[in-house]
Design a protein around this ligand. Structure first.
Ligand SMILES: [Ca+2]
Length: 404
């Protein structure tokens, strides 16, 4: 005989009459969009709810940011923040003041989901002052594409000099959607760039086409050249920059702090957001296989979720969380969080926290949903979590445990 118990955190537990916990239920998220689909393995979705319930304190450090997209810490005093309309600013982390827009950015196509997107510091930033950024680059005739450029930040961070484009996604397309694009360095100074498939029915199919950069993760060196070890480096089977393919729109990525593997989080269709660990040369399925359905309620392709030669996500969400970015928490400030994956959610908003058992998800929690759309999350030098909210009056928010 069973009875259920709802704890103060809203977590539902199934208990026997003697009080033994039999099973822990998933985070309550509402019914799935595609109820007839089944996961490929146990625990691939709706992991048990994490039962501890931290009380978090959030402080609005800076405001007045227009659709901020990315945050990087120069040191414990200053961060750079990108704003999607095409501005890069330095933020004083103590005073919350914003600098004037940093000069030297190229022309940016800031329509729809496009604009100035991710920022990343060179692994040798301390000596070379190189800053990398991804953006929607106008390519003529109303087309655009995701590009990555590099510039040198001057000492008072007012200007980027010697800006040059090191990578251009091809082909360009007349679309204002699905640009990707996170920038992540691996532990040998190779740069992963995540690239969207431009959303429209025709380019969507090109996520499976190895002669394009649409719906791909690519891996390049600091000058845009191709590492010899890339899976298609010789160019015979596909473009040499390609690392993995069959992706929809990856806006979140991080390097696992112990294994050094790239992890990505991908906007899927309605009911199909995915967490993946993309491996060299592998096919992640879009748009041939996916969980969920199209936003008009129709199936994607044949409506199948598995196929030979195509990889399953480590975890998926139905309904979706609309992931902005993610970070592996490595600090001690949040007790019990070291090694957890913390995800920015655009919808329903706030943070999604995952606990991991190796490369499987074994717990999920939703936090700070009241903050609304969160685009970016990073661990700061202080061990706090720093978030950017996505709105016309976006904020930089510092999150700490209430009692720390
Ligand atoms: Ca997939």
């Amino acid at each position: 005989m069973l009875r259920s118990l709802v704890t103060s955190s809203g977590t539902a537990l199934l208990l026997t009459l003697s009080g033994d916990i039999l099973a822990q239920e998933a985070v309550p998220t509402g019914p799935p969009n595609a109820p007839d689909q089944t996961p490929a393995f146990e625990g691939q979705t709706r992991a048990p709810a994490i039962s501890d319930a931290p009380t978090l304190h959030s402080e609005r450090v800076a405001e007045g940011l227009e659709h901020p997209w990315s945050l990087v810490f120069l040191d414990s005093d200053t961060a750079l923040v990108s704003e999607r309309p095409g501005r890069l600013r330095a933020v004083d982390l103590h005073e919350g003041t914003l600098s004037a827009p940093i000069e030297g950015l190229p022309e940016i196509d800031a329509r729809g989901q496009g604009g100035l997107l991710d920022i990343s510091l060179d692994p040798d930033f301390a000596s070379n002052r190189h800053v990398y950024f991804s953006y929607a680059e106008p390519r003529g005739d109303g087309t655009n594409g995701t590009s990555v450029a590099r510039g040198t930040l001057n000492q008072d961070h007012t200007r980027l000099d010697d800006v040059e484009v090191i990578f251009r996604q091809t082909p360009a397309w007349d679309s204002t959607r699905h640009f990707g694009s996170r920038l992540v360095w691996d532990d040998q100074d190779r740069l992963y760039v995540t690239l969207g498939e431009r959303s429209l029915p025709e380019p969507r199919q090109l996520a499976q086409d190895l002669d394009t950069h649409l719906g791909k993760v690519v891996r390049i060196l600091e000058d845009g050249s191709v590492p010899d070890e890339n899976p298609f480096a010789d160019g015979e089977e596909g473009l040499p920059e390609i690392w993995s393919y069959g992706h929809r729109n990856i806006q979140g990525a991080a390097l696992h702090p112990q294994t050094g593997k790239l992890w990505t989080i991908e906007h899927g269709p309605r009911g199909g957001d995915e967490l993946n660990i993309p491996e060299a040369g592998k096919n992640y399925g879009w748009p041939v296989i996916t969980y969920g359905e199209d936003y008009d309620g129709s199936p994607i392709g044949d409506g199948i979720t598995a196929h030979d030669g195509m990889e399953q996500p480590v975890y998926y969400w139905d309904p979706v969380i609309a992931p902005g970015d993610m970070a592996f928490y490595q600090g001690e400030r949040f007790p019990g969080w070291n090694g957890n994956l913390v995800i920015a959610s655009l919808s329903p908003g706030g943070l999604v926290r995952l606990t991991l058992d190796g490369e499987r998800v074994d717990g999920e929690q939703r936090l700070l949903e009241e903050l609304g759309r969160v685009r970016d999350v990073d661990e700061g030098p202080d061990g706090a979590l720093w978030l950017l909210t996505d709105s016309s009056d976006g904020a930089l928010i510092r999150v700490t445990p209430e009692d720390s």
